[in-house]
Design a protein around this ligand. Structure first.
Ligand SMILES: Cc1cc2nc3c(=O)[nH]c(=O)nc-3n(C[C@H](O)[C@H](O)[C@H](O)COP(=O)(O)OP(=O)(O)OC[C@H]3O[C@@H](n4cnc5c(N)ncnc54)[C@H](O)[C@@H]3O)c2cc1C
Length: 314
C-alpha cells in the first residue's frame, strides 16, 4: 500500500488530471508551504467515488486532505506527503434555491462572500457574517465558521458528505455533525460536497445594512485577507485570544518572516521571506508566553498540515 500505487490508480482513472508535486502555497491565503505529492481536482461525484476506490485498493495509509480556499491552513514547507483534493470550482461552486421558500443550496467550493451576497439580494438573513471570510462552504461547514455572533451551525440544515474511506455518500443533518465553536466531527476522510441552509426572511435593506456594517468593521479592525489565516487562536471561554496576546506585550512580536499583527493581535501576518515553520514557531512561542503570563492555554484555530519541527524544547 503506497503512494506509488495510489498514483498509478489515479493516473489510470484520471490521466493527466492526476498531478504530482503541485505547489500549494499559492492555493492558501498565507501563500507559503511546499508541494502536494499527489493532487487532483475532482469535477463530479463519480470522480470522488473513483478516488475513494483507489484509496481503498492502493492508498490505505496515504494521508488525504481536502483543500478549500486555504484560508485556515498552514501547509508545511516540506509540503503534503499524500493526496490533496481540491473540488473543481466549475462543478462545486454554485448557489441555488433549496426546496423550502427560504432555503439555499451551496456547493462546497463556493466562496463565502458569494453566499453572503446571494442571500442578501434575496432578503434572506443568517449568512451575512460570511461577507468578509475568505473561505469556502466546505471549509465553513468543517470549521463551523462564524463571526459577529453568528455561525454556520445557526442556519445549516444538511450537508452532503462523501466518505473516502467507504465511498459512501450521505446527507447529514446538521446535529449529526456535532458543530460547536470552530469544530465539527468531520474527519479528513469526509468531503463536504454541498450544504443546505434554512434562512430567515427579512427585507433586503435590513440584511444589507448588517452585511455592510460587518464589512466596514472588518476593514477597520483586521488586516486584509492576504498573508494570514484569520484568527490564529480560538477565543478561550469568557475572553479573547487577541486581548491576551496583546496584554502579553506581543503585538509586533516576530519570528523570521511572520509577525503578530499590530492591527489585531490574533492575526499573524507573513512577509515574502516567511516559511511555514516560522508560523508554527511563532504560534507556539506566543502560546507559551500567554500561558506563562496568564496561565491560559491557547488552542490554535489555524490548522497545520504536514510535518513541522517542534523547537519549543530546544
Ligand atoms: C482574513 C481572514 C479572516 C477570517 N475570518 C474568519 C472569521 O471571521 N470566522 C471564521 O470562522 N474563520 C475566519 N477565517 C478562517 C477561514 O476563512 C475559515 O475557517 C474558513 O471556513 C475556511 O474555509 P476554507 O475553504 O479556506 O478551508 P481551508 O483553509 O482550505 O481548510 C480548512 C479545513 O477545512 C477542511 N475542508 C475544506 N474544504 C472542505 C470540504 N469541501 N470538505 C471537507 N473538509 C473541507 C480542510 O481539510 C481543513 O481541515 C478567516 C481567514 C482569513 C484569512
Amino acid at each position: 500500500m503506497s503512494l506509488a500505487e495510489l498514483a498509478g490508480c489515479l493516473e489510470e482513472r484520471f490521466g493527466e488530471r492526476s498531478k504530482h508535486d503541485v505547489p500549494l502555497g499559492r492555493l492558501t491565503t498565507y501563500r507559503i508551504g511546499g508541494p502536494a505529492a499527489l493532487y487532483l481536482e475532482p469535477g463530479t461525484r463519480s470522480d470522488l467515488e473513483a478516488v475513494a476506490r483507489c484509496l481503498q485498493s492502493a492508498g490505505e495509509g496515504v494521508p488525504v486532505i481536502t483543500l478549500g480556499r486555504g484560508s485556515n491552513l498552514v501547509i508545511s514547507d516540506k509540503g503534503w506527503p499524500g493526496l490533496v483534493l481540491r473540488l473543481a470550482p466549475r462543478a462545486f461552486s454554485f448557489t441555488r434555491p433549496g426546496d423550502g421558500p427560504d432555503s439555499l443550496v451551496a456547493g462546497a467550493a463556493t466562496p463565502l462572500p458569494v453566499v453572503a451576497n446571494w442571500t442578501t439580494r434575496r432578503g434572506l438573513s443568517g449568512l451575512e457574517f460570511m461577507i468578509a471570510i475568505p473561505g469556502s462552504i466546505g471549509g465553513a461547514v468543517r470549521m463551523n465558521a462564524g463571526a459577529h455572533g453568528s455561525e454556520t451551525s445557526d442556519t445549516l440544515a444538511t450537508a452532503t458528505v462523501l466518505d473516502l474511506s467507504s465511498g459512501e455518500l450521505t446527507e447529514r443533518k446538521a446535529p449529526e455533525l456535532e458543530l460547536s465553536y470552530r469544530h465539527s466531527n468531520l474527519t479528513e476522510q469526509e468531503v463536504v460536497l454541498d450544504a443546505t441552509f434554512e434562512l430567515v426572511p427579512q427585507t433586503e435593506n435590513e440584511v444589507r445594512a448588517r452585511l455592510e456594517s460587518f464589512r466596514k468593521h472588518r476593514g477597520e479592525t483586521q488586516p486584509p485577507a492576504v498573508q494570514n489565516a484569520g484568527s490564529t487562536f480560538k477565543n478561550p471561554a469568557g475572553d479573547h485570544a487577541g486581548r491576551l496576546v496583546e496584554a502579553a506585550g506581543l503585538k509586533g512580536f516576530r519570528v523570521g518572516g511572520v509577525e503578530v499583527s499590530r492591527l489585531h493581535a490574533n492575526f499573524f501576518v507573513s512577509d515574502e521571506t516567511a516559511t511555514a515553520q516560522d508560523v508554527y514557531d511563532l504560534v507556539h512561542e506566543v502560546a507559551r508566553r500567554v500561558k506563562e503570563d496568564f496561565g491560559i492555554e491557547l488552542e490554535p484555530e489555524v490548522k497545520f498540515a504536514g510535518e513541522f519541527e517542534d523547537r519549543s524544547h530546544t
